[in-house]
Design a protein around this ligand. Structure first.
Ligand code: ANZ
Length: 701
């Protein structure tokens, strides 16, 4: 906690040093009991609505870190932190049923002013898939194995079934299976693989035939073999698939390897080489034969499946339960009690449930939560019944899923935020953050807000109306800044050498906000030189006059217009360029009207607050610029009366002429011919095209 406090102090000191005007009276900390009381309270609502559940499920387990990880904390099968191996393992876990919100999260995306690419990432992550569940009979039994398929139209092409190695049918029929040991061994091996490794399309297919069991294809009563293979996941669909090697590449690869027949049911492609996944006429498919589109064939088949009760249409989402527990000390305690036969949430008056102090905060290698050591805290009695507190804690994404609501009313001890205030402030108008949050924080906080909206606790379903991803400032070597790479720029050093405004202006001037761009020492030096030039110009009071200056009129109005519009678009680099243009023009003049000087100082204030405030006070003002009205411009005065018109010969630019705006054709021709008289001398002009204010083109033979 001491370390955390010191970190916060450093961050605050640096933010203040850089002149950010945060309202510190609204400061919150997700690790503060006054804050996490409400994280626990929201969890409690989710628990009581059956959206927070305690389930036995396969999880991503990282032995090295001694904890469970969520899918977005795993990169290429390794833990995001530290790069340690991650395996699948069954554990009792707290999860949030985010799939229940899949449809809402998907549909609401259309209403959001977010980068299209980020919406697409979320759509893919949610992964809605429309298909059918089809029941296959286990031969010689009453058992049914249900598969999920997006292609019920291919049912006549099924030549085997594949079960996930963890499918419960294996153990249920262990006594009938003659190679059960081989199956168990294969299952153990599969557990060592990450989901990504298992589903990688290009990997060599592996599997084992289930000897002793057979499945019946319900459409033609044909008996078919069953296999287990790790490319079928237990936690998607039903954990079992009908394999159609002719039209699914994974099944094709598998069938080739295990010498299983391949039956083509859609005409097209070359089945001797690879699966055919395109559209075509149905063949070898009984009543479907002759149908030419996938859509129609699926409809017909689903109709039959439903009327004969063999199957029914079904929707699946890739989105998984949000694993909501970590075997860590530093996290919000989960506010529940485990009794022998049930789980109960703590009553509201026992919130916040505060973390007990421990001698040793580190996780144990066996994956036991550190809180297991707090035996007096863990073991409690209620109405004479023994109960145990939950010892795993919430993940970091818990507190961050609703903090924007608490900013509105950070000290409220009756509710997480006052309803009237929520109505006034929500949704967040503009949210700035990295794209790496697309499938984590940005989905979790959407789910919590949608849920709180459904409960009537917040006025909007969606938390963030507009989203912008800022690019990263990279080290000067173009790599991500990190201690280990030795390319970190410390703001303290920069402020000491160049000043806070130099850092602010430089970062805004480096390029478009959304782009990642490398730090450059010469860049910050150049920025500092510009600030000196700006300061010299406007601090020379003898230059500031009450007389108008028609030479600066246009560039001033243009600057106010452009900077104002650019700020709205978050296009800070182009706004700064325009201010530079004004400064260059102003240096050419002996006198600058006070109105213009003050206007430019105000325009630059959001980016360079320190020097602009100082100049402002030099001009005799005693209140800060924050209380001033924003400068205005006159559109009429921004219009150029003279423009530069390119002149072309046969479509190639050969010169340019200065002409009045909206110049008539006759005058334009005269000037264009004069400009290019050498090139036109003795040439046969066949045509001339004048596009007003755009171009003058001469066609010669
Ligand atoms: C037969 C079939 C024929 C399939 C065909 C595809 C093409 P999406 O679109 O991602 O939802 N599948 C179903 N459950 C699975 C599981 N637990 N693990 C691995 N694969 C699974 O994919 C759905 C398709 O993926 C399903 O449709 C099923 O294969 C497979 F020409 O069924 B299909």
């Amino acid at each position: 906690m001491v370390l955390l406090g010191r970190n916060i102090e450093t961050f605050k000191r640096q933010l203040n040093m850089l002149g950010f005007s945060y309202d510190w009276s609204k400061e919150i900390s997700t690790s503060d009991p006054n804050y996490y009381k409400w994280t626990q309270w929201i969890f409690k609502q989710l628990f009581e609505d059956d959206l927070a559940k305690y389930v036995d499920m396969p999880v991503n387990w990282c032995e090295e870190l001694g904890t469970v990880l969520s899918n977005d904390e795993i990169i290429n099968g390794k833990s995001e932190r530290g790069g340690y191996p991650v395996i699948r393992k069954n554990l009792k876990q707290w999860v949030i049923d985010i799939p229940k919100y899949a449809e809402k999260l998907l549909n609401n995306l259309d209403k959001l002013d977010w980068p299209e690419s980020t919406k697409e990432i979320q759509r893919n992550w949610i992964g809605k898939s429309i298909g059918a569940n089809v029941d296959f009979k286990l031969a010689g039994t009453d058992e049914k194995i249900t598969v999920f398929t997006t292609r019920p139209d291919t049912l006549f092409g099924v030549t085997f079934m594949v079960l996930s190695p963890e499918h419960p049918i294996i153990e249920k029929y262990a006594s009938k299976i003659t190679n059960i040991n081989a199956l168990r061994k294969y299952r153990e091996q599969a557990a060592l693989k990450s989901e990504l490794e298992r589903t990688d399309l290009s990997k060599e297919k592996t599997g084992v035939k289930v000897e002793g069991l057979e499945i019946i294809n319900p459409i033609n009563e044909k008996p078919l073999p069953i296999y287990i293979a790790d490319y079928v996941m237990m936690n998607y669909g039903t954990g079992a698939i009908m394999a159609v090697p002719a039209h699914d590449q994974r099944d094709y690869d598998f069938a080739k390897k295990f010498n299983i027949p391949i039956i083509q049911v859609i005409n097209g492609g070359d089945i001797s080489k690879e699966a055919y996944t395109g559209d075509g006429e149905m063949i070898n498919s009984g009543f479907l034969n002759g149908i030419k589109t996938k859509k129609e064939a699926i409809e017909k088949m689903v109709e039959l499946l439903e009327s004969t009760k063999i199957g029914k249409s079904s929707i699946n989402y890739r989105l998984r339960d949000w694993i909501f527990a970590r075997q860590r000390y530093w996290g919000e305690p989960v506010p529940v009690l485990h009794f022998d036969d049930h789980i109960e949430a703590l009553p509201d008056d026992e919130l916040p449930l505060i973390l007990p102090e421990l001698d040793n905060y580190s996780p144990s290698k066996k994956g036991e939560a550190p809180l297991e050591r707090a035996t007096t805290w863990v073991n409690v009695e209620r109405n004479g019944k023994k109960a145990k507190r939950e010892t795993s804690t919430m993940p970091g994404s818990a507190g961050s899923s609703w903090y924007f609501l608490r900013y509105i009313d950070p000290n409220n001890d009756k509710a997480f935020a006052d309803k009237k205030l929520l109505e006034h402030w929500m949704p967040v108008d503009l949210y700035l953050g990295g794209v790496e949050h697309a499938t984590g924080h940005l989905l979790y906080s959407r789910m919590w807000t949608n849920y709180l909206f459904d409960k009537g606790f917040v006025p909007t379903a969606e938390p963030f109306k507009k989203l912008v991803h800022q690019g990263m400032i990279l080290g000067s070597n173009g790599e991500k800044m990190s201690k280990s790479r030795g390319n970190v720029i410390n703001p303290d050093d920069i402020v000491k050498t160049y000043g806070a405004d130099s850092l602010r202006v430089y970062e805004m001037f480096m390029g478009p906000l959304e782009d990642s761009k490398p730090w450059s020492d010469s860049g910050i030096e150049g920025t500092r030189r510009f600030l000196d030039r700006f300061y010299r110009l406007f601090s020379d009071i003898s230059r500031i006059s009450d007389k108008p200056n028609s030479n600066l009129e246009k560039v001033y109005h243009k600057t106010v217009k452009k900077v104002t519009n650019d700020y709205e678009k978050l296009s800070f680099n182009t706004a700064i360029s325009q201010i530079m243009i004004f400064v260059n023009s102003a240096y050419k003049e002996t006198l600058i009207p006070r109105e213009y000087a003050e206007g430019i100082i105000k325009l630059f204030n959001p980016i360079a607050p320190h020097i602009t405030e100082e100049l402002w006070s030099m001009y005799g003002h005693d209140k800060t610029i924050a209380y001033e009205a924003w400068p205005t411009f006159d559109d009429e005065k921004t219009i150029d009366s003279e423009i530069e018109l390119p002149v072309q010969i046969n479509g190639k630019v050969k010169g340019a002429i200065k002409i009045p705006l909206d110049c008539d054709e006759e005058k334009a021709r005269e000037l264009a011919h004069k400009e290019l008289c050498d090139l036109l001398d003795g040439k046969n002009i066949v045509k001339e095209i004048y596009v007003k204010n755009k171009i003058y083109n001469i066609v010669i033979k």
